[in-house]
Design a protein around this ligand. Structure first.
Ligand SMILES: Cc1cc2nc3c(=O)[nH]c(=O)nc-3n(C[C@H](O)[C@H](O)[C@H](O)COP(=O)(O)OP(=O)(O)OC[C@H]3O[C@@H](n4cnc5c(N)ncnc54)[C@H](O)[C@@H]3O)c2cc1C
Length: 389
């Protein structure tokens, strides 16, 4: 699989694509970031440009109209965008996680029906796992789908679902057999297009990751055709959801590394402009120690991401590697954003300076796609499993 993609995406094609992303970020993303973030205003204008760039089909196979990018190149795109403004990556990221689940686990009919329209951005998706009572412990979800003839009736609630207001559909994790033991055997996923009973109840007000819609959803006797059961078989929902986590973790790691890199870039610049005691602050050793530490963490994060993405593209199991990349890169994002705040001093608290946005956005990366507490537990379990005595 990967070797085919790598032939298509040789070094020249890769560079041309990354250059076009650089150009877009500079021309379109950077100028609006502060205004849209502070106003919590959805960047429709970027969505149209993302369609032109092919970002909604970035990791969808060429067979279904996507760019067929390997994770290695996709991660570089996410780092580039996030180094200027992380939030817009959520518009195509959640959508692509839904698409990747359909491509991995869907029936051929589901792939042909949805993937080409997702790749073009005509249909935009979200990932609906979390519920008010269940995030890390996904097997505790309560949303239920009950079969009635040729369709299922869904009742329940989801929360924190990104893209669910401006998107057209969501991949929902539900219980088709709430009494099943073990619990995961009673779980299934549905491709849920918006319709009667699919209610976007509330857009959530967030500290960071603003401008992007994250909502509470309610399902009241929402009917979904039986043919939209992912893969056509009940009971595989939990397996399908966690099967996408390796790519998801590489994505979030890339967002964290982008935040770290952006915070470093702003800090290196400011440390040369701001003077105290007759010299630029970058000449004070206390500031140099911060910049040196930040730069080392940025580079280490990028190498871990590349290593995990390469393993993923080779088709190898890489839950431990992706977990390490996710943990280290997102912690680097939080660390660098905080150090940046200290380097900017009092001005870090002004919304006139962008460093405060990086600070507000960074913490989410440590929580989403499996908290960093869970990442370390996953790493440890894998370590023991791979080195059994
Ligand atoms: C802005 C934003 C956007 C989001 N977008 C989406 C989305 O698009 N789709 C979606 O489905 N979800 C989304 N989420 C939800 C996110 O994935 C969850 O918040 C996350 O999985 C954590 O779940 P929780 O909030 O329920 O925390 P909890 O599971 O309640 O965890 C609370 C704390 O307990 C710790 N903990 C829990 N269990 C264990 C354990 N066994 N061992 C050790 N520590 C443990 C956790 O690490 C954490 O520190 C989003 C969240 C936010 C904030």
């Amino acid at each position: 699989m990967s070797s085919k993609m790598d032939v298509m995406w040789g070094p020249e094609e890769e560079q041309a694509l990354l250059d076009s992303i650089d150009h877009w970020v500079e021309k379109s993303v950077a100028p609006i970031a502060r205004e849209y973030d502070l106003a919590d205003k959805y960047p429709d204008v970027l969505v149209e440009e993302m369609k032109e760039l092919g970002l909604f089909g970035a990791t969808i196979s060429t067979e279904y109209g996507g760019l067929g990018l390997p994770a290695r190149i996709y991660a570089k795109i996410v780092i580039k965008v996030s180094s200027v403004w992380m939030a817009p990556t959520g518009i195509f990221n959640s959508h692509l996680i839904m698409a990747s689940a359909i491509e991995r686990c869907g029936t051929e009919e589901q792939k042909r029906k949805y993937l080409p329209r997702m790749a073009s951005g005509e249909l935009r998706g979200a990932l609906g796992l979390t519920e008010p009572n269940a995030g890390t412990d996904l097997q505790a979800i309560r949303t239920v789908a009950r079969r009635e003839g040729d369709h299922y009736v869904i009742n329940g609630a989801k929360t924190w679902i990104t893209n669910s207001m401006h998107g057209d559909m969501a991949l929902l994790l539900v219980k088709t057999d709430p009494a099943a033991q073990p619990r995961h055997k009673g779980m299934s996923m549905f491709i849920a297009e918006k319709g009667d009973g699919f209610i976007v109840a509330k857009k959530m007000k967030k500290m960071g990751y603003r401008a992007i819609d994250t909502c509470e959803l309610v399902f009241e006797d929402y009917k979904v055709p039986a043919e939209n059961l992912l893969g056509g078989v009940e009971g595989r929902g939990f397996h399908n959801a966690v099967g996408g986590l390796e790519l998801g973790r590489i994505n979030v790691a890339a967002r964290g590394a982008g935040i770290a890199e952006g915070a470093l870039r702003l800090s290196v610049r400011y440390a040369q402009e701001r003077r105290t005691f007759g010299k630029p602050i970058c000449e004070h050793q206390a500031i140099q120690l911060k910049l040196g530490e930040m730069a080392a963490r940025v580079e280490a994060s990028k190498l871990l991401i590349e290593s995990a993405a390469n393993a993923y593209d080779r088709g190898e199991r890489c839950d431990m590697e992706a977990g390490m990349a996710k943990y280290m890169a997102t912690e680097a994002g939080a660390f660098c954003a905080e150090q940046g705040m200290r380097i900017f001093g009092g001005y870090s608290y002004s919304v006139e300076y962008e460093i405060e946005r990086f600070y507000r956005d960074a913490m989410l990366m440590c929580i989403g796609e499996g908290t960093n507490e869970m990442q370390r537990i996953i790493i440890a379990k894998q370590l023991v499993a791979r080195h059994k005595i």
